[in-house]
Design a protein around this ligand. Structure first.
Ligand SMILES: NC(=O)c1ccc[n+]([C@@H]2O[C@H](COP(=O)([O-])OP(=O)(O)OC[C@H]3O[C@@H](n4cnc5c(N)ncnc54)[C@H](OP(=O)(O)O)[C@@H]3O)[C@@H](O)[C@H]2O)c1
Length: 329
């Protein structure tokens, strides 16, 4: 079977298509004929060689949709041919992927496998950031950095389903403002000039209840300046790859009743997979009943993924990308 392989740290020049042995499911595992694979910034972090994200050669792909191809010996809740999504055991950008059955979730009728491919990592992260890490309450004012990307646009589409709130986003370049607004942000500011005063003024000086921040610690000062009393800041990425600074003095958190927390999909997959699967099921329910629509940009095939990764790596991507791998569904 064919798979995308990253041969060494670098860019698209080190991503190749290779013939790989088909995986065989062991106990508690399934294999999946992959229809679509979601692209995520974590692929770029692996590709550029961020510590802890890849060993070489690296086979990317952490979210897939497709149909169950084969079951491991003790898997009883799934059937060959079921339409599913999964967090695979890596290597999702392959014609056949291997996944734990507990991280493989049936796709309801009426939900297409292209949009479903965005649920295991991207949409699950977006939902869990709001509900678990961010303790979102209806009516909250939420500030999201990188608002026009895959996670950023998904958060904007989920907030109304969780009771609604005020959505403020920041983006790295002014040309991405329109995409974030289309997703549902009411105020979007480019970070090429300091957005602090504009956000403070837009919130009547009060600040925001929740900040969802994937920019390492580069924006943490701004986050804390803008956090309302009792505000929560969730750190969930390091897109810039910049060194991580020390957290602020405890006195600052005490004085403002502030919380800084972290979120890791990878950590939850390892430690609490049922919470990830539950989030995926909940989102598939939103898609099935029509409350959530998720526009995705379809990358036509495995061979086209490296160029799409370039878009993400250069900060030029907007919205969510999924690659067609096998038969559509
Ligand atoms: N903790 C977790 O479990 C988890 C799970 C999924 C994703 N994430 C993180 O969430 C963020 C969004 O992920 P995504 O998959 O939806 O990707 P994405 O938003 O489509 O792309 C990443 C964004 O990072 C921003 N960025 C800032 N500095 C950058 C740099 N030096 N190079 C490239 N991009 C830069 C860009 O947006 P702006 O320029 O507009 O800021 C870019 O659009 C990423 O940081 C990712 O690592 C974390």
């Amino acid at each position: 079977m064919r798979a995308l392989v990253m041969t060494a740290p670098g860019g698209a020049e080190n991503s190749v298509l290779a013939e790989i042995d088909e995986p065989v499911p062991g106990p508690g595992e399934v294999t999946i004929d992959v229809a679509h694979a979601g692209l995520n910034f974590v692929d770029v972090m692996a590709r550029r060689g961020d510590a802890g994200y890849a060993s070489w050669p690296h086979r990317p792909g952490l979210e897939v949709s497709g149909t169950v191809r084969a079951l491991g010996p003790d898997v009883h809740d799934l059937t060959v041919g079921d339409r599913v999504v999964a967090v695979p055991k890596g290597a999702g950008m392959s014609e056949i992927a291997l996944a734990a059955a507990e991280l493989t979730v049936p796709v309801p009728d009426g939900v297409g496998l292209a949009e479903a491919a965005a649920t295991p990592l991207g949409l699950a992260t977006s939902l869990l950031l709001l509900t678990e890490a961010g303790r979102f309450n209806p009516g909250d004012t939420v500030l999201v950095h990188s608002a026009s990307g895959g996670i950023g646009t998904a958060i904007a589409r989920l907030v109304p389903l969780l009771g609604g709130g005020r959505l403020i986003g920041t983006v790295g370049r002014p040309e991405k403002i329109a995409e974030a607004e289309r997703a549902g942000y009411q105020l979007v500011l480019a970070r090429d000039s300091d957005p602090t005063e504009a956000i403070r003024s837009a919130t009547g000086g009060r600040g925001v209840d929740l900040v969802l921040d994937p920019l390492g610690t580069t924006a943490l000062g701004l986050d804390l300046d803008l956090a309302a009393p009792g505000g929560r800041v969730v750190l969930f990425g390091n897109a810039t790859g910049a060194p991580i600074d020390a957290l602020p003095p405890v006195e600052r958190l005490l004085r403002g009743n502030l919380t800084i927390s972290g979120f890791s999909h990878r950590g939850l997959v390892a430690d609490a997979p049922t919470r990830v699967a539950a989030a995926v099921s909940r989102i598939l329910g939103f898609l099935a009943d029509g409350r959530l629509t998720l526009p995705v940009t379809e990358v036509p095939g495995l061979a086209d993924i490296p160029a799409a990764h370039d878009l993400l790596a250069e900060g030029r991507g907007t919205g969510k990308y999924v690659a067609r791998i096998g038969a559509a569904g």
